[in-house]
Ligand binder design. Structure first.
Ligand code: HEM
Length: 175
């Protein structure tokens, strides 16, 4: 919601697509948001056996933590990595080992497909009849709530749904 409020061009494209009964761009918006605003910054694993990672030998028992945040900011995989550009997921697939907001391997998030579907339904329903605008100029930094990332200033936004309503979005899990 916060990213779309600050990118009216992408919001307009999303609304156009929803009115046409499609969801490819909406799914790309969800993927791009989870790329740039991952809910968690890393996942953890404890090695059961010695392992070589990136040329470093690690003994059994060591905890390793693949960084979701750093992976998603790799310019060799995601050119112009800081820019909100949902269309990158129309041009390239979300890689199993390079798009990891839900972790990976056998312990990958059990609710990943459900969560993505839920986001599609919420965005499609909302933007079918509403538009959203930010309440100030400055872009929203990422904040923390416990171990999760959340919008740093609470993602306050103005919704235009016929009558303008001021909503404070408390987005558990971040945006
Ligand atoms: C945007 C929403 C969500 C995000 C970003 C998210 C992210 C994650 C991440 C990063 C992990 C750790 C994966 C790993 O260690 O490789 C995880 C685990 C898990 N998630 Fe989610 N999750 C989301 C929504 C959900 C939902 C909606 C459900 C249930 C309906 C769910 C159920 C689980 C479960 C059960 C695990 C533990 C899996 C295991 O250890 O085998 N998650 N999630």
């Amino acid at each position: 919601m916060e990213r779309l409020a600050r990118h009216p061009d992408h919001q307009a494209r999303l609304i156009e697509e929803i009115h046409a009964g499609q969801h490819e761009f909406c799914d790309a918006v969800v993927k791009e948001t989870l790329l740039l605003r991952p809910v968690l910054s890393l996942v953890g694993r404890r090695l059961k056996a010695p392992m070589q990672i990136g040329g470093v030998s690690l003994p059994a028992g060591v905890t390793v933590a693949p960084s979701i945040y750093l992976m998603h900011r790799r310019a060799d995989i995601y050119p112009d990595p800081g820019r909100f550009r949902p269309e990158r997921f129309l041009e390239q697939r979300a890689g199993t080992y390079t798009w990891i907001p839900f972790g990976g391997g056998v312990r990958r998030c059990l609710g990943a497909a459900f969560a993505e579907y839920e986001m599609r339904i919420v965005l499609s329903t909302l933007f079918d009849s509403c538009t959203v605008q930010p309440t100030n100029e400055r872009s929203e930094p990422v904040g923390r709530r416990g171990i999760t990332h959340v919008p740093g200033r609470g993602a306050t936004a103005v919704f235009g749904c016929g009558v303008a309503v001021l909503l404070r979005l408390v987005l558990v899990g971040g945006c």
